[in-house]
Design a protein around this ligand. Structure first.
Ligand code: GNR
Ligand code: NI
Length: 179
């Protein structure tokens, strides 16, 4: 297993559409395991392959408190979506950014598992939100796309500023005057 680098907004590679996986082979299972390792290391509850610059329809999830309920969904499809409710979302590709948006509250999903076998599952609550959030990534969509252009611009500027500060040693930055 390998920890992978997570792409950050506004990286254009986050906008690619992921292609279906033709065969669930060892390479796909290895990718799923590396994505789980990456997700756990980042304390995330989900991760889409798009976020690690692999443009295939694969996502991993674990919403359990104990971090011991990994889920792998390959070529996921939403069969049914009901209800609509707002909830706070975050994204590993937008570190430190949180906002509220509306998603279906109850969904039924069909996917292939890590073993390549098809299965269906019902999801609600955080799991339903996460599956929809991850499936958006596979379409090149981010949760900030649901917000206003003004909010998105503020978020872009904030992330750019933080990235600049992360890459510049603090001694070379102009320091704030002491009070
Ligand atoms: O870790 C994550 N938490 C989260 C919280 C609320 C709604 C969605 C998410 S997904 C996010 C991980 C991530 O960016 N997955 O793509
Ligand atoms: Ni995300």
């Amino acid at each position: 297993m390998t920890k992978l680098a997570i792409l950050e907004y506004p990286d254009p590679r986050l906008r690619k559409t992921a292609a279906p996986i033709q065969k669930v082979d060892d390479a796909v299972r290895q990718l799923a395991d590396s994505m789980l390792e990456t997700m756990y290391a980042a304390n995330g509850v989900g991760l889409a392959a798009t976020q690690v610059d692999v443009h295939k329809r694969l996502l991993v999830l674990d919403i359990s408190e104990e971090r011991n309920q990994p889920l792998v969904l390959i070529n996921p499809e939403i069969l049914k979506a009901e209800g609509l409710a707002p909830a706070e979302e975050g994204c590993l590709s937008l570190p430190g950014i949180y906002d509220k948006l509306s998603r279906a509250t109850h969904i039924r999903v069909r996917a292939l598992g890590r073993d390549g076998q098809p299965f269906e599952m019902d999801a609600e609550g955080l799991l339903a939100v996460c599956i929809q959030h991850e499936m958006d990534h596979l379409e090149g969509k981010l949760f900030v796309d649901y917000l206003s252009e003004l909010k998105r611009q503020l978020i872009r500027r904030r992330l750019e500023k933080e990235r600049k500060q992360r890459s510049t040693p603090s001694e070379t930055r102009a320091s704030a005057p002491a009070l």
